[in-house]
Design a protein around this ligand. Structure first.
Ligand code: ADP
Length: 248
């Protein structure tokens, strides 16, 4: 039961922890090149959903297909990352004592299985790619600064840049704007839309202003399944969404 023209397809995914259904027949489809926002109350299953996609958790039942037909439920975390799925966790995990440039260089080398900048010389092409990523994540003028000296928002952008160095086809981003200034939040919406021009992005966020700025299709989860899906205006007018999430 595959979906040929999709980057990601969850079909009836369920998982329980100690008898509690964290995901209850969760199904949705993400199209190639789509930027999708996922919202929902605490405990809705958003983190569990990310864990299932990345192979950290295995579902009890249901299927997860990448690029139409690759069954992710049969693969482990390393294989799934290798296939082209990148995940950004909520807290940035950049190397604080390295420069912005070196963080990106390390990420590029990691893609090749090289774990130290000592052992690999960057090609002109590598340098061009790092410059391109710096520009995408708004850090060109900070490239020689230590990551420790970046703002919280800039650290988040740097980590997104490090994920881009891995060239994922699908990027999963968990609450990127939590703790950001209003200006950084607005810039992050623009940045993610730019990134989604060359790959698919799934972003989990609580910040409704940010979700409105994105202006993309929204999936609202509650109790482990889809409550409503559509434009933010459509979803936020849904009575079930108001009762379970927005109105609380
Ligand atoms: P969200 O990210 O939307 O807040 P989660 O996916 O973190 O939701 O959690 C969904 C539900 O599953 C919660 O009630 C949570 O307590 C439970 N849960 C998640 N992971 C585990 C786990 N490893 N063990 C036990 N319960 C879990």
């Amino acid at each position: 039961n595959t979906k040929p023209n999709s980057i990601l397809y969850l079909d009836g995914v369920s998982v329980s922890f100690d008898g509690f259904k964290a995901l209850n027949s969760l199904s949705f489809v993400i199209e190639p090149g789509e930027l999708r926002a996922i919202i929902g109350p605490n405990g809705a299953g958003k983190t569990t959903m990310m864990d299932i996609i990345t192979g950290k958790t295995r579902p009890d039942s249901g299927e997860v297909f990448f690029k139409g037909s690759i069954d992710l439920t049969q693969k482990d975390e390393a294989e799934i990352a290798q296939l082209g799925i990148g995940r950004k966790f909520q807290k940035p995990t950049v190397f604080e004592s390295h420069t912005v440039w070196d963080n990106l260089e390390l990420a590029l080398n990691r893609k090749r299985g090289v774990f130290s900048t000592l052992f690999y010389r960057l090609t002109a092409e590598d340098r061009a790619r790092i410059e391109e990523i710096l520009s995408t994540v708004r850090l060109t003028n900070r490239k020689d600064d230590f990551a420790a000296n970046l703002s919280h928002g800039q650290k988040q952008w740097l980590e997104i840049g490090m994920l881009l160095a891995q060239e994922p086809e699908l990027l999963l981003v968990d609450e990127p704007v939590a703790g950001m200034t209003d200006a950084e939040t607005a810039e992050t919406a623009v940045l993610l839309k730019e990134i989604a021009k060359t790959r698919s992005v799934v972003v989990v966020e609580h910040d409704m202003g940010f979700i409105r700025d994105l202006g993309v299709k929204v999936t609202c989860l509650a109790e482990g399944s889809v409550l409503a899906e559509g434009s933010i205006d459509f979803v936020s007018a849904d009575q079930k969404v108001i009762e379970n999430y927005l109105g609380r």
